[in-house]
Write a protein that binds this ligand. Sequence first.
Ligand SMILES: C[S@@+](CC[C@H](N)C(=O)[O-])C[C@H]1O[C@@H](n2cnc3c(N)ncnc32)[C@H](O)[C@@H]1O
Length: 249
Amino acid sequence: MKTNPHRLMLSLFLCFWTILGCQPEYREDLDYSHRVLQTWEIDEIEDGVIVQFEEVFWEPDDTISLRELITEGLVVDGRDVLEIGTGTGLLSVLSLRHDAVSVVATDINPAAVANAKYNAAMLADDRSLDVRLVPKDQPQAFSVIRDDEQFDVIVSNPPWEDGLVGKPLDHAFYDPEFELMDSLLDGLPRHLKPGGRCLLAYGHRPAIERLRESCQERGYAFKILDERTIEELEEDFLPGMLLEVKVPL
Ligand SMILES: C[S@@+](CC[C@H](N)C(=O)[O-])C[C@H]1O[C@@H](n2cnc3c(N)ncnc32)[C@H](O)[C@@H]1O
């Protein structure tokens, strides 16, 4: 009989955790077929590690300020949250751990959907998490969100550049023709509750300038939640800049 190497990797990983006395319980609803690329410790999660599946994005420096805001407990607690482009699920996991009432997380990369579900199951009470796969031919920000769904907070560390997508991981970097950015902005009046906030992490100056301009065109409030100004930034930079977009009441 042939052994699936991906399954074997995850089994070895589970054995390792079992030996350490932290055995995760087997769950029918999780997809264990992905290869684990690496595990990461991060300051915000002291009692576990973030598992990164192969073909899934990881760069925690993108979202330092956004994670700070979430863990301070002022942004998500008691609120309905949508995360667009969840990757490993890091931001959604933190939102669940900081008392979000519900979290909907989306991604266009099937490995990311499986990864986010896995991490949430291991690191949070995931009963109020709903992870949805965005079809490749419907990449708009709200394509898997019902017309009547509304959120207090929409968070995203989206792809930062216009470019072509080949393999699944490319979705982490490229937003072809900025369809995701534009559809996100277009959908805010329908999907943000009155007074709600859209919080975005960007580390690419041209994308930030485009976002600022697009917000002005739509009459939205655009705010930099950062000490830095756009003018002093390099074209590409880290840590990512935290931006807030609000729709006037
Ligand atoms: C820069 S990564 C950020 C991942 C994660 N939120 C983080 O901060 O580590 C962007 C993520 O958005 C996803 N993505 C790209 N286009 C998307 C779309 N149209 N709809 C949903 N997710 C998308 C990518 O697959 C990737 O996981």
